[in-house]
Design a protein around this ligand. Structure first.
Ligand code: CP
Ligand code: NVA
Length: 303
């Protein structure tokens, strides 16, 4: 079989994705029990970061160490990637030396080009268009707190960005419905919305999206690479803040998630992360467990 990659949530079947979530919950239990489990002894993960990261870097690096393997941090600042070596050449070289490669970059086409020339699995650690690893953690967190995903109503409030796109894919793969509220001009791609009309609906206001929702999720108003638009975005997004009042429109047992880092006073109120409905710290921790399950699936096989 040809090399499997994880560039979006559509690269795996719903059953495979569910298996990864189940396994992530189990791997969390194993780690917490103190049991040593090293299925990736002597295996190496290459980590290419063209954008900043805290959670993604620490979770992949810690996950590989816990699994008995290791990770190499590569940035354009100190590799030939930053001096114009073609991505295809880099893929051919790096993938002959490591067992998997994780990439955080701008243009989604860059990771597709890398994957096309890679001998080993390539994992999307965020592009301008998708952030599938974060969705694994978000969905694991929801399942841990509230059980199955199918048939749920989720709300996305804010920018129609990479996270929003991955939520749409997740709705399709896991059988929940997503209501999306974005300011005019900041919605997800209309062609994508048409393709996923069966599981995702665009609504006008944050309140409409949140109404009765089992999960309300948001993200920064200005993503990495959009810094020059920051002041315009701050004005245009002001009606799309998630705060306890907005959460009161959601279901009684609703959860709040944010992939972090968060900007208190912008996309969330000062008190939102401390609200009893917020599960953001579990969500952040689950990056570790979900990605370990992903690495195990790609490098060892389904458990
Ligand atoms: N949520 C997330 O991807 O965080 P980092 O940018 O810190 O990796
Ligand atoms: N949408 C954000 C997510 C950061 C984890 C960004 O792309 O910067």
């Amino acid at each position: 079989m040809s090399t499997r990659h994880f560039l979006t949530l559509l690269d795996f079947t719903p059953a495979e994705l569910q298996g990864i979530l189940d396994r992530a919950i189990e791997l969390k239990r194993i780690l917490r029990s103190g049991e040593i489990y090293e299925p990736l002894k002597n295996r190496v993960l290459g980590m290419i970061f063209e954008k900043s990261s805290t959670r993604t870097r620490v979770s992949f690096e810690a996950g590989m160490a816990q699994f008995g393997g290791s990770a190499i941090f590569l940035s354009p600042r100190d590799t030939q990637l930053g001096r114009g070596e073609p991505i295809e050449d880099s893929a051919r070289v790096i993938s002959r030396m490591v067992d998997a490669v994780m990439i955080r970059t701008f243009d989604h086409a860059t990771i597709e080009r890398f994957a096309a020339y890679s001998r080993v699995p390539v994992i999307n650690a965020l592009t301008d268009d998708h952030h599938p690893c974060q969705l694994l953690a978000d969905l694991q967190t929801f399942v841990e707190h509230r059980g199955p995903l199918a048939g749920r109503e989720f709300a996305w409030v804010g920018d129609g960005n990479n996270m929003c796109n991955s939520y749409v894919h997740a709705a399709h793969q896991f059988g929940f419905h997503l209501r999306i509220a974005c300011p005019y001009g900041f919605e997800p791609d209309p062609d994508m919305l048409e393709q996923y009309a069966h599981c995702a609906t665009l609504v006008k206001t944050a309140e409409e999206a949140a109404e009765g929702a089992h999960l309300v999720a948001t993200d920064v108003w200005t993503s990495m690479g959009q810094e020059s638009e920051q002041s315009v975005r701050k004005r245009r997004f002001s009606m799309y803040q998630v705060n306890p009042r907005l959460m009161d429109h959601a279901a009684d047992d609703a959860l709040f998630m944010h992939c972090l880092p968060a900007h208190r006073g912008e996309e969330i109120s000062e008190d939102m992360l401390d609200d009893k409905r917020s599960v953001v710290w579990d969500e952040a921790e689950n990056r570790l467990h979900a990605q370990k399950a992903l690495l195990e699936f790609l490098l060892v096989g389904a458990r």
